[in-house]
Write a protein that binds this ligand. Structure first.
Ligand code: COA
Length: 329
């Protein structure tokens, strides 16, 4: 029996209104606009308001994606939110988003694969549709990373931003599947490179932990950098081979936006010209699971991809986790 096909019926994205520039950060920690720009490519990032949790960002992106798909929230039968900065530890952020949308015919869940979350979610959602059990799935990558940033740690606070990106995936006829290939990976030996040190069941939060910011993001930046390039290049090569295409066939590489130098290295190793590697890190910083769907939405809305063209998505993040996917638009 042939599986059902999957198509992306609509995209949407949202970033909160408040902009935090490198110059603003230079007033908060010992850093400079020049250091941040040259080491990361980031110029500014958006920061959510106090009363704007991750599900509020996800909601705005989801409404735009539903609108683009010409679909009502009641038509959704599954909501999947990729995030590591959920509204609460539980219940899952999918349920908070479901409530905001009024999408009460949908199952709702969240997954956590940090910056690779959108790609993990994409494969899950596609297979739920292929199984025939679901027809209309909302997949959102949404993060309020500012809620986990240690604003006294210059090694990490300059890197991250808040935002959300969404896609509506729809069942289509067998043989017409836009998701040509996916390759995901993980290596739990590197859990300590990028993490929070307290606030989970391993080390429930104490007053001392809060005072010393143990509940905030900790990172070994240099180690992560090295592993990231290899992981993204390896998985990208694997998905191109699986899809039966080469780098010449790619219209856009859409890399997770963590560091401009990482993105440039990935482009070079993959032999994709610079003007085919999508970059918006200067405006948003690293928005983790939201970064790829925000970039995808920008490309789609500005008419920079035509039906039938190939997109190569690739990401890496805490876990470590990584992955890539080829989409035929
Ligand atoms: N402003 C000024 N100086 C800073 C700084 C900042 N914001 N952050 C760190 N520094 C300092 C360091 O303390 C270090 O000083 P030292 O040599 O006196 O110890 C110096 O700059 C160089 O640090 P280094 O770690 O070598 O810089 P780098 O070139 O590796 O860049 C990162 C640091 C974090 C930008 C880079 O390693 C990176 O992007 N790594 C990947 C991180 C990532 O993407 N994480 C998310 C994964 S999804």
């Amino acid at each position: 029996m042939q599986h059902h096909g999957v198509t992306i019926a609509g995209t949407g994205s949202y970033v909160p209104a408040r902009v935090l520039t490198n110059h603003d950060l230079a007033k908060m920690v010992e850093t400079s606009d020049d250091w941040i720009r040259t080491r990361t490519g980031i110029e500014e990032r958006h920061i959510a308001a106090a009363d704007e949790p991750t599900s509020a960002l996800a909601y705005e992106a989801a409404c735009r994606a539903l609108d683009a798909a010409g679909m009502k929230a009641e038509e959704l039968d599954y909501i999947l939110v990729a995030t590591f900065t959920g509204d609460n530890i539980f219940p899952n952020t999918g349920c908070y988003l479901q409530k905001r949308l009024g999408a009460f015919n949908a199952a709702a869940v969240s997954i956590e694969a940090a910056c690779t979350g959108f790609l993990y979610g994409l494969e899950l959602a596609a297979n739920l549709i292929r199984s025939g059990n679901y027809r209309n799935i909302l997949l959102v990558g949404a993060e309020k990373i500012s809620s986990l940033v240690d604003w006294t740690d210059r090694n990490t606070c300059v890197l991250f931003g808040d935002g959300a990106g969404a896609v509506v995936l729809k069942q289509t006829t067998p043989g017409h599947d836009c998701l040509k290939s996916v390759k995901l990976g993980a290596d739990g030996r590197y859990t300590d490179l990028l993490r929070t040190a307290a606030g989970g069941s391993m080390k429930p939060l104490t007053v001392e932990d809060v005072a010393s910011h143990q509940n905030c993001i900790k990172m070994e930046g240099r180690e992560v950098f090295k592993l990231a390039v290899n992981a993204m290049v390896g998985s990208s090569r694997a998905v191109m081979e699986k899809a039966g295409i080469t780098h010449d066939d790619i219209r856009w590489v859409i890399p997770h936006q963590a560091n401009l130098r990482i993105i440039s290295s990935v482009g070079k190793y993959l032999e994709v010209p610079e003007d085919k590697v999508y970059i918006n890190i200067q405006r948003y910083g690293n928005t983790s699971a939201a970064s790829i769907p925000i970039a995808l939405d920008e490309i789609v809305r500005s008419g920079q991809v035509k039906r039938g063209e190939y997109l190569l998505l690739t990401a890496f993040g805490a876990g470590l986790t990584w992955g890539a996917s080829v989409i035929k638009w």
